[in-house]
Each structure stands twice: as structure tokens, then as C-alpha cells.
Design a protein around this ligand. Structure first.
Ligand code: NAD
Length: 477
């Protein structure tokens, strides 16, 4: 069993033996691997006060000095990443190979954000008045409250911390209840680095208490949240009390459009791999397929064969596998409910269709054909290894159906026709479109969703500037 966790506030680990503890489970075995303190709102108050104090001098440092800290952390991640990857696999259930990619990507991401130090730019704007200069400064927002999900828990720490720190903010981070251990490992990496006390803080606890306390805090200046749309909506309501700025990266219902001229083999492999990546628990994985009727049967057969080939098991077990467990029992139950309801409404299962939550929480790679737009499985986020397929008669119909959703994060299209790809790019109402491939996004892009998929975004220049505020100065000479 791993050592119990302690909050990290004001540069110190705070042991609070009187707090209740929540078990941390290994989703592939169901065994308890650690305990997480269930902090109260006073821990958030302390962390925000420490962060507020630290931010003042941090924000005044040259950005290049702030970037040096990101580089020091990325170097530590590279030196000590291997056990962290194992920990992510153990508490979250992702394949060890994918966990290693997550850790390596986190180090690269910090280096990338550090490079922005010399590129953060203000503006000089032409004035209407004689002799006047108008300067637009970019400044830190202040204290960032970062609330994390469990699916890429380690990467999401740096996706928020990197841009926050390089632009001069301090940060209070709340990891997910499901995956707190990698956050504790991140804190260990900081040991001995020259970090102002209170610049980086971690508070463990529930969303209802610690998450709410961060969102309601009058001295938190930006809430940077990644998680479900339902929680995003609650966070906005809480943030509204103090008119606190929010940056929300929420769920998706990514459509994959497969046209009759597509390379079907490539499409089937990409869609199946995306659907089983991290057991289907990726916000931009293909969640529904619209395939042109003449190739629908062929595509479904190919994708079914790909899904049947997936070997499912314990990511840290002896045998080689392609997919691990789902995060928890309620994830399995939600997926199973969507599958049952689709079957009751006339869909056909060509492979899979069953889950289990005894010693570990697993769901079989599943393909559903004969789906219709009115089925829940085509409308709600599945967040599991289940692929519903619907046949369509044209690109126009596919685009209309793809856009008929309350989400708007990512989308994809498979075609050899440039004009079809460009038409889809123009008309799909999503923050991202992948042509002839599925996820992932690039750190220099901009990951942002429309509608209930969020507000604002992450990555690249536009993601960086989410962590700044503007200050316009009028100088009369
Ligand atoms: P979740 O919304 O259940 O929880 C996310 C975090 O919010 C947790 O730390 C939780 O404790 C906290 N929380 C819960 N209630 C809260 C409240 N009232 N106030 C403040 N905080 C609260 O999401 P999850 O199950 O951890 O993650 C899965 C979801 O995340 C999926 O919908 C997925 O699509 C989405 N996601 C989106 C992206 C993206 O970039 N858009 C990336 C990863 C995951």
C-alpha cells in the first residue's frame, strides 16, 4: 500500500490525521492501494492565502526566470518519470505504455510553455488624441484554482500549471478523488527546487467540498476546470457568486464521418484504436460513427474485427494487453445502461456488449450497428469502449447529424476528397476536426469546445493567454 497523502500548502506537506480518508482503488483489481485525506474548506482558505502571497513577487519576476522553474520541473519528470507512469497505471488503469507517453508529454509540455517566456506580448494601439500613447499590457490574473479529472491526471496538472506559472500566476490544484497518487508524486518532484512558498499548492478532497470552496473563494481569480459538463455547469454557478473567470474543458460526443471514398482499413483501425484508448475514457475519442450506406457493412465488419482483436486485462499484469479497466463501477454501469437501451431500441451488437465490476471494473470493446440519432447512445457521452454506428446517405446528412448535439469538442472525417474534407471543416460546429485520423491534439494547437463542451480552451498561444488579463494604459505626452 502506498503512503497516505498529505496536502501541500505554503511549500509544506501538511499532515492532518484528524481528517476522514477516502480509499484509492486500483480499478483493475478493486484493491485499496492508498487513502486520500478528505480536506475541509479551511485547507482551501490556507492554500489560497499562501498562493495569493506568493503571486505578488512571482508576478514581478521576469518571465524567463519563471520559465526556468518549468524547465527544472520537466527535467525532474524526465529523471523520475518511470515510477510515476506505473503509479498512473495502477490508480487509473491505463496501459503502462500510454502512461509513459502521458508523463513524457507532460515534460515536453512544460518545456513548450517555458518557451513562451520571451514571446508574451502586449500591444501599442494608435490613439485618436494628439500626443497620446495607448499601451495594452498582459498581466497575470492572480491565483488560479485548478480542478482536475482522472483520465489524464498527471498531464492535466502541467496543462494548467505550465501556462499559469509562466504568465506569473500562482496555483491551487485539486486532483480527482479517483487519482490523487500521481499528484503526490508530482509534489515529491518539487522537493529541493527553488520554488517560492505557496506558489504551487495541492489540496485533496471531494468536489462537493474542496472543489466548491475553490470555486466560491473570493481570492481565486480564474477557475481552470477539466471534467464533465454537469460539473462545469455547477462550477459556473458557484463562480458566478464572485463573477470569477472560468476556463472550462468539458465532455464531448465526437462524431466520426466515414465517406464511401475513404480508405476503410485506415478508418476502421483509427476509429477502433481511438474508441479503446484509455478504455474509451478520452474526451476527444470517436463517440459515434456516420458512415455512407454503400460502405456501411464493410466498415462495420472491419471495425468489429479490430475491436475483437483487442486484448483486455490488467495493465500491470503479466500478459500483453491493448485495453485496461474502466475507472470505476459507476462508469461500467453507465456504459452498460447505454448499451442495453440501444439494444432495446433496435440496435445490433456485433461484438462485446458486457461489463463486469467484481474484481476490477471492465467493459468489453463493443460495436453497435443499426443505431439511430434518437438513441441515448448517439446523444450522451459514453466515455467507454462502445462504438455506435449509423448509416447515412450523403456528406450533407452526416454533417447535419454530427452537428445535432449539445456538445462541440472534436470531430473527424475519413475521405480522399479534398473538397469533402474542406466542406466538413467549414460546416462542422466543433472546436477541432481531425481529417483521416483520430485524437490526439497538439500542444501548439488550441483545444477548445463549443456549446456544452466548454468555455475558453487550452494549449498554444490562445491557451496561454487564457491565464492573463489585459491592462490598458493611456499616456498623454
Ligand atoms: P467530473 O466532472 O466528475 O470531476 C472532475 C473534477 O471536478 C473532480 O476533481 C471532482 O472532484 C470535481 N468536482 C465535482 N463536483 C464539483 C463541484 N460541485 N465543484 C467543483 N468541483 C467539483 O469529471 P471526471 O469524471 O473526473 O472526468 C471525466 C469527464 O471529463 C468527461 O466528461 C470528459 O469528457 C471530461 N474531460 C474533458 C477534457 C477536455 O479537455 N475537454 C479532458 C479530459 C476529460
Amino acid at each position: 500500500m502506498n503512503a497516505p497523502l498529505a496536502n501541500y500548502i505554503g511549500g509544506k506537506l501538511i499532515d492532518s490525521p484528524s481528517l476522514d480518508r477516502l480509499p484509492v482503488l486500483n480499478p483493475s483489481t478493486g484493491r485499496v492501494i492508498s487513502e486520500m485525506p478528505v480536506s475541509k474548506s479551511d485547507a482551501v482558505d490556507e492554500a489560497v492565502a499562501a498562493a495569493r502571497k506568493a503571486q505578488v513577487s512571482w508576478g514581478r519576476r521576469p518571465a524567463i526566470q519563471r520559465a526556468n522553474l518549468l524547465r527544472a520541473i520537466s527535467a525532474r519528470i524526465r529523471e523520475r518519470g518511470e515510477p510515476i507512469a506505473r503509479l498512473i497505471s495502477e490508480e487509473q488503469g491505463k496501459l503502462l505504455g500510454l502512461a509513459k507517453v502521458e508523463v513524457a508529454f507532460a515534460a515536453d509540455y512544460l518545456d513548450y510553455m517555458a518557451e513562451w517566456a520571451r514571446r508574451i506580448e502586449g500591444e501599442i494601439i494608435e490613439s485618436d488624441r494628439p500626443g497620446e500613447n495607448i499601451f495594452l499590457f498582459r498581466k497575470p490574473v492572480g491565483v488560479v484554482g485548478a480542478i482536475l479529472p482522472w483520465n489524464f491526471p498527471f498531464f492535466l496538472i502541467v496543462r494548467k500549471l505550465g501556462p499559469a506559472l509562466v504568465t506569473g500566476n500562482s496555483i491551487v490544484i485539486k486532483p480527482s478523488e479517483e487519482t490523487p497518487l500521481n499528484a503526490a508524486a508530482f509534489v515529491q518532484l518539487l522537493d529541493g527546487l527553488d520554488i517560492p512558498e505557496g506558489l504551487i499548492n495541492f489540496v485533496y478532497g471531494t468536489g462537493a467540498c474542496v472543489g466548491e470552496a475553490i470555486c466560491a473563494h473570493p481570492h481565486v481569480d480564474l477557475i481552470s476546470f477539466t471534467g464533465s459538463a454537469a460539473t462545469g455547469s455547477r462550477i459556473m454557478a458557484t463562480a458566478a457568486r464572485n463573477i470569477t473567470k472560468v476556463n472550462l474543458e468539458l465532455g464531448g460526443k465526437a462524431p466520426a464521418i466515414v465517406l464511401k471514398d475513404a480508405d476503410l482499413d485506415k478508418a476502421a483501425k483509427a476509429v477502433a484504436a481511438s474508441r479503446c484508448l484509455n478504455s474509451g475514457q478520452v474526451c476527444n475519442a470517436a463517440e459515434r460513427v456516420y458512415v455512407e450506406r454503400p460502405v456501411a457493412e464493410d466498415f462495420a465488419a472491419r471495425v468489429t474485427a479490430e475491436m475483437k482483436r483487442m486484448r483486455v486485462g490488467d495493465p500491470l499484469g503479466a500478459s500483453e494487453i491493448d485495453m485496461g479497466p474502466m475507472i470505476n463501477r459507476s462508469g461500467v454501469e453507465k456504459v452498460d445502461e447505454l448499451v442495453r437501451s440501444a439494444l432495446d431500441s433496435g440496435a445490433t451488437v456485433t461484438t462485446g456488449g458486457k461489463g463486469r465490476s467484481d474484481e476490477g471494473t471492465y467493459y468489453e470493446p463493443t460495436v453497435l450497428t443499426g443505431c439511430r440519432q434518437d438513441m441515448d447512445v448517439m446523444r450522451k457521452e459514453i466515455f467507454g469502449p462502445v462504438l455506435p454506428i449509423m448509416s447515412v446517405d450523403s456528406l450533407e446528412e452526416a454533417i447535419d447529424l454530427a452537428n445535432d448535439t449539445e456538445y462541440g469538442l472534436t470531430s473527424s472525417i475519413y475521405t480522399e476528397s479534398l473538397s469533402a474534407a474542406l466542406k466538413a471543416s467549414r460546416e462542422l460546429g466543433f472546436g477541432e476536426t481531425y481529417i483521416n485520423r483520430e485524437n490526439f491534439e497538439a500542444m501548439q494547437g488550441f483545444h477548445a469546445g463549443n456549446r456544452k463542451s466548454g468555455i475558453g480552451g487550452a494549449d498554444g498561444k490562445h491557451g496561454l493567454y487564457e491565464y492573463t488579463s489585459t491592462h490598458v494604459v493611456y499616456m498623454q505626452t
